[in-house]
Design a protein around this ligand. Structure first.
Ligand SMILES: Cc1cc2nc3c(=O)[nH]c(=O)nc-3n(C[C@H](O)[C@H](O)[C@H](O)COP(=O)(O)OP(=O)(O)OC[C@H]3O[C@@H](n4cnc5c(N)ncnc54)[C@H](O)[C@@H]3O)c2cc1C
Length: 563
């Protein structure tokens, strides 16, 4: 297969979720002279940001201040967040809300006309702005309208399979159009990776099937380290098939009970109860279940009945529908069965606070990036915020960085095309679904919500073996038009890279911090591990681990975290 078209842009954005589209809209507004393209493997409004229910944080209330949001975020992240990055996030948060409002978001309002705000875990104020329980959907459609209005070129159902770089400079993206099978090279002075999270490496998860970490893996192959990959967040409340019941349900007053009818959070977080940070609530539910206090279906219950029909139908209509259609209970009459579900990738593409990677011209933002605002555990409502704040920031920083366009060396493109073509060459000896199931099981068994040294080491060895077997994967259908076989095979290759980096970084972290709960080292250890992990690839398959100090500006990290 060969490249059939060459596109020339100033900036090419990989991903049309909230991060990619905020960057595109802001760049189109402030730099209308720049030629910007957005590529996305699904239609923009099917990006996973649309699934976000609960809301977006910002200290916009009169009695709130960004400094409090800053501290809550640092503490919620077990002080692994870089303080300069967290400052950008929280200080710029009100501005992000005003921009979204100006672009047309219909935020829910309180009676006095101000933004309505609900409480979310680990925060001392009602700080989460929302649009009912469809916040992500409302924001995504707003931004898509803006992208369309401003005439940004959007290439939807184009699958990026390579970031072309020599490890020093970025040259462009290689992608194929699912609708026509055409292969394009998108040459650009700068590229932004905004491809979202990789929660699907664990199989059952709140994440969409498309959250396979493609951008993280492709950036890694292009020479950028992956940062803090040991930290995958488990959300406390998924229904049995993994679909999420937003933290907003607890924010509205929902509480958790075990099979004895006890509000067990009293034991684990007496002050914050159900509104403790996610890692703590998820581990508490897990403990109740494994110690035999769960129900026969392996869940505890989230009780919303006391909120009453009116509040439930006004504030949490989507949650009611999800519970009715996917868990078979109407929360007006019955509590919802819930258990922890893998949810968010705190680690990702290594970037600085300007969204720049170490490869010149390559940037990243949103869940795919690790600018390090969430540390070891993300507070609910801070991720939508990150996408918009750093999408806007990327739109300010990228234009400043643009120099002359560099021609991509032909040998580089040929090498990337040869890798791609190899997938279609010869007979398969391995099956994509079988390897994917194996990967998911391995990750859950060895790198789940509570980990130990032996389990993680076995997980690492097993993932290494599955990853080696990927070389036997071939795509039988040689026509690229709507070739979902190729789509799934490339995604699996990316997920195996992410899983491998996660296992590799996890084994080395001999402490418990946030979502990395190590049974052999149950305490946080600032003396040895107040550090980021950076995993790089050497000669393709060997991995290398570095540690990098966390940026401390003005706040001394606590030695233990209690709520
Ligand atoms: C169920 C659920 C509920 C949530 N609720 C909240 C909430 O209430 N508040 C909050 O703050 N956070 C919430 N989050 C987290 C938040 O929604 C996400 O972190 C955020 O939306 C990620 O946005 P993004 O722009 O980085 O990526 P995404 O929205 O995931 O977009 C990724 C984009 O990249 C594209 N892409 C990926 N791979 C390729 C490829 N190979 N080629 C081309 N394009 C590609 C996709 O097509 C897509 O357009 C929730 C998450 C989930 C799963």
């Amino acid at each position: 297969m060969q490249i059939s078209e060459r596109f020339e842009y100033d900036v090419a954005i990989m991903g049309a979720g909230l991060a990619g589209m905020s960057a595109a809209v802001k760049m189109a507004e402030d730099h209308p002279d720049l030629k910007v393209a957005v590529l996305t493997k699904v239609h923009p409004v099917r990006s996973h940001s649309g699934a976000a229910q609960g809301g977006i944080n910002a200290a916009v209330a009169r009695d709130d201040k960004w400094e409090d949001h800053y501290y809550d975020t640092l503490k919620g992240g077990w002080f692994l967040g870089d303080q300069d990055a967290v400052r950008v996030l929280t200080e710029q948060a009100p501005n992000a809300i005003y921009e979204l409002d100006r672009w047309g978001t219909s935020f829910s309002r309180s009676a006095d006309g101000n933004y309505a705000q609900r409480p979310f875990g680990g925060q001392r104020r009602n700080r989460t702005c929302y649009v009912q329980d469809i916040t992500g959907h409302a924001l995504l459609t707003t931004l898509f309208e803006q992208v369309t209005k401003r005439g940004v070129d959007v290439f939807w159902e184009w699958f990026v399979f390579s970031i072309v770089s020599d490890g020093k400079d970025f040259y462009g993206f290689l992608a194929f159009d699912l609708k026509t099978g055409k292969i394009g090279f998108f040459s650009a002075k700068a590229g932004l990776v905004a491809t979202g999270g990789a929660g699907r490496v664990f199989g059952q998860s709140s994440n969409a099937l498309i959250n396979t970490g493609d951008g993280m893996a492709l950036a890694w192959r292009a020479g950028v380290p992956l940062k803090d990959m040991e930290f995958f967040q488990t959300h406390p409340t998924g229904i049995p098939n993994g679909i999420l019941i937003t933290e907003g349900a607890r924010g509205e007053g929902g509480y958790l009970v075990n099979k004895h009818g006890e509000r067990f959070m009293e034991k684990y977080a007496p002050q914050f109860m159900e509104l403790a940070p996610r890692d703590l609530v998820a581990r508490s539910i897990h403990t109740e279940i494994v110690e035999g206090r769960g129900f026969d279906d392996g869940c505890v219950r989230l009780d919303l009945r006391h909120l009453g029909k009116e509040k439930l139908t006004q504030r949490l209509p989507q949650i009611r529908e999800i519970a009715m259609y996917f868990a078979g209970v109407d929360p007006i009459d019955d509590p919802i069965p819930v258990r922890p579900t893998v949810h968010y990738t705190m680690g990702g593409v290594d970037v600085n606070t300007d969204c720049a990677t170490p490869v010149r011209g390559l940037f990243a933002a949103g869940e795919a990036a690790c600018v390090s605002v969430h540390g070891a555990n993300r507070l609910g409502g801070n991720s939508l915020l990150e996408t918009v704040v750093f999408g806007i920031r990327a739109a300010a920083m990228i234009p400043k960085s643009l120099g002359e366009k560099k021609e991509a060396p032909a040998s580089l493109i040929e090498a990337e095309m040869a890798n791609f073509n190899a997938l279609f060459d010869g007979e398969a000896t391995e099956s994509v679904p079988a390897l994917r199931t194996e990967m998911e099981k391995t990750m859950v068994a060895g790198l789940g919500i509570k980990r130990d040294a032996a389990g993680m080491k076995k997980g690492l060895t097993d993932i290494e073996a599955v990853r080696a077997r990927f070389s036997g994967v071939r795509v039988a259908n040689r026509n690229l038009t709507f070739n979902m076989e190729a789509f799934r095979a490339i995604e699996l290759g990316c997920m195996l890279d992410i899983a491998y980096a996660c296992a590799f970084a996890s084994v080395a972290r001999e402490e418990s911090r946030g979502s990395h709960y190590h049974l052999d080292f149950p305490k946080m250890d600032n003396a040895r591990f107040l550090k980021h992990s950076l995993v790089t690839r050497e000669d393709g398959n060997k991995l290398h681990l570095d540690h990098l100090d966390v940026t401390i500006v003005d706040t001394k990290p606590l030695d233990q975290i209690t709520y």
